[in-house]
Ligand binder design. Structure first.
Ligand code: TXA
Ligand code: MG
Length: 319
């Protein structure tokens, strides 16, 4: 049996015993458990220190399993699933009664996606149930994009973290719900809004300012480093205002030469937004470990994944 197959068999046996494990997806690492095991789901909430009213995403192996999870599925949801699954798109749909309230936070809707990573797909294909998996970070912290980030957060608490390498997308899935069968954006993510609109037309955007947070990803402070972080369109100008501070900067494309900078993260030398998105969290994890007084992040162009990156950076600045 190959090493990978061995790991998958171990993962299956742990999940079948109501345990939770760290798993890779194409977006971020997740803390996964059997959706029908209340023991596993409770462990996910307590390990994340996440309030019970914040529902989890159900991960299925294929769109063919969708009718087991959701009902009254809008036509545009099916179009989106056909276009983007497996991939970084989560759909919020009316739930089937069999889906436990613990998973959906008591809501009558359920969030569901088909992830696109060979390890989690191999796992799902051999399991008899879907996996609930929130991002594998304590509530409010930066999401993990490498197995060692998960181990760093949960150390001995997890029996296993399946190491699938660095996540290709690096930012959580985009979440789309429906109002009167029409798509509504709940969370910007690693699928660009423009790509979604190319399939289903205009999508109404509900930001965290418009409604009480239906999703933790909509809470304004989320995905945050411990180090104080500020966001600006003009990093050199802001640097000028600080004296005697240990400053790290995070920029899109061009290095900034300034003796005040002690650490610098450049997310894409070629100005490629998907590349920058894939590197964002790992760069924040690194900067957060440098004992800095301040992180100054450069605002990204407000198009495509630049919107998602700005959204996450904006939340990282909240205290
Ligand atoms: O990329 C991702 O989506 C990752 C990977 C592991 O799949 N998962 C992830 O899960 O980001 P989590 O738990 O960190 O974020 C799930 C988001 C939360 O903001 C939650 O409130 C929202 O999905 N959500 C879940 N069910 C919902 C529902 N019924 N209505 C509205 N929002 C919902
Ligand atoms: Mg999360």
């Amino acid at each position: 049996m190959s090493l990978i197959n061995n790991l998958i068999q171990n993962a299956i046996s742990l999940l079948n015993q109501d345990q939770i494990i760290g798993i890779p997806t194409e977006t971020v690492y997740g803390l996964a458990g059997n959706i029908y095991s209340s023991k596993a789901i409770q462990s996910i909430f307590s390990m994340k220190q996440r309030p019970f009213f914040n529902p989890l995403i159900v991960h299925i192996k294929s769109v063919n399993d969708l009718s087991e999870i959701a009902r009254d599925i809008p036509e545009k949801a099916l179009l989106l699933a056909a276009a983007f699954w497996p991939g970084p798109l989560t759909l919020v749909l009316k739930k089937q009664t069999a889906i436990p309230d613990l998973v959906t936070g008591g809501k009558d809707t359920v969030a569901v996606r088909v992830p696109n990573h060979p390890l989690i797909l191999a796992l799902l294909n051999q399991l008899e149930y879907p996996l609930a998996a929130p991002s594998a970070n304590p509530f409010g912290c930066i999401s993990p994009t490498e197995a060692r980030h998960v181990a760093g957060y949960f150390k001995d608490l997890l029996p296993m973290v399946l190491d699938g390498g660095a996540c290709g997308r690096g930012i959580e899935s985009t979440i789309i719900g429906f109002e009167n069968e029409e798509p509504v954006l709940y969370r910007l993510g690693s699928l660009a809004l423009e790509d979604i609109e190319a399939v289903v037309g205009t999508v109404k955007i509900i930001t965290h300012d418009d409604i009480a947070p239906a999703a933790p990803g909509m809470l304004s402070r989320h995905y945050a480093p411990l180090t104080t972080t500020v966001l600006t369109t003009d990093v050199p100008e802001l640097l000028d205002t600080f004296l005697g501070k240990k400053i790290g900067v995070l920029v899109f494309q061009n290095e900034i030469c300034n003796p005040k900078i002690v650490e610098q993260e450049i997310l894409s030398h070629t100005g490629n937004l998907p590349e920058a998105a894939s590197k964002l969290y790992a760069a924040l994890h690194r900067l957060d470990k440098c004992n800095l007084d301040l992180i100054i992040a450069e605002r990204f162009p407000d198009v495509g994944l630049g919107k998602t990156i700005n959204d996450r950076l904006q939340r990282a600045t909240k205290k």
